[in-house]
Design a protein around this ligand. Sequence first.
Ligand code: FCB
Length: 472
Amino acid sequence: MPEEQPRAFPADFLWGSATAAYQIEGAAAEGGRTPSIWDTFSRTPGKVFEGHTGDVACDHYHRWRDDLDLMAELGLAAYRFSVSWTRVQPTGRGPAVQRGLDFYRELADGLLERGITPALTLYHWDLPQELEDAGGWPVRETAERFAEYAGLVGEALGDRVPLWTTLNEPFCSAFLGYGSGVHAPGRTEPESVLRAAHHLNLGHGLAVRTLRSVLPADARIGVTLNPGVVRARTDAAEDRDAARRIDALQTRIFTGPLLHGSYPADLREDTAGVSDWSFVRDGDEAVIRQPIDFLGVNYYNPVEVAAPVPGAAGPRDDGHGSSAHSPWVGSEGVEFTPLPGGRTAMGWPIDATGLTDVLLRFSREVPDLPLYVTENGAAFDDTVDAQGAVHDPERVAYLRGHLGAVLDAVEQGADVRGYFVWSLLDNFEWAYGYGKRFGVVHVDFETLRRTPKSSARWYAELVRSGVLPGSG
Ligand code: FCB
């Protein structure tokens, strides 16, 4: 292996860690919080590994001060967290619950006191159950409710949070929540996938409009996507077409209207057998295309696809859980071919080049839009040794490789402003429950004790120096 030289990040690069409310907070029934779709889903037998729920999770709701101290000790400059909608607005309608808002105001204040920039996500998948009972994201009204909720949070926290994100990975909400059903609410209805995607987009647009009217002028507002890095197995036209189809479903269904003001024609054609798209009303696409201040990119791995095999039902395991239902509506037969090389404990292939590719893609597609890596990280089967330490060299290698990939993109002109490691803490990994550990800090789910892994120390040193260490 050639020896690698140390490489410096831009001086003002923002270094952080990320979490999400349902994955860490616990206190599911405290402070007036009511069930979200994830409370319901995790209680549904067979949906989550060993019946795990977010009832206690990392108990961050009670231990947040210690968690903030830990971030400060690691020298992190920013923290990306999400607000639990039902803590703030239990039914998804009507006035806010003051106690809920106070929790996040105190959290933001605690971050600012420690010199950590709060980066708030409004929606990380935990729709109020009452809104799901009224139809969920496939129903237009949910978009309006989301904008109203955004306004409540904006009014309460606008004076102390500089970075705002509307949605986290709307792909997962729509395609896994309503298509493959491996995420809450667990529905498997092809047309609902497209309707949900549209109403998530619309909710984003309406929420940005509302936020602009309540936030200070210098607040920065964006959205976080998990764009696909989709590679064709061969250069054959059929394989390239399979890649185009999956890219339309995973990425352009969002970036089309969000960044360019319309749904791609090829996406509408590919899905013509699923829906006539009459749920898109005149003017919706213009509402969705609100000017935004940054794009958040979450990246874990690329995929490789090939032309449909006649009669095949599509993937049974899309990396987030297994299902007999394909999320890839209208393109169910596309074959996902395994990539060679190393894998994480999720079974996800390790390939950092996809992160460079996705950052360069958006730097070319929307050259003036700053980018943040809002999530990147890896699960491994970490264990605590006899000395009480957690050594996770595989995670360090993963992070080193992916941060090198970020620098590759920066050096080729991508305007990447920051990086948030997923995740600060081991947490409730959705359908995998507590069975998969993504944290740079280990959590013992019996005692809730936090132990920084060697990756946390490695990351802290990187944050301190701003230099990716060389090898050799
Ligand atoms: C992303 C989610 C995040 C976490 C990571 C591993 O899709 O946004 O909550 O589960 O994957």
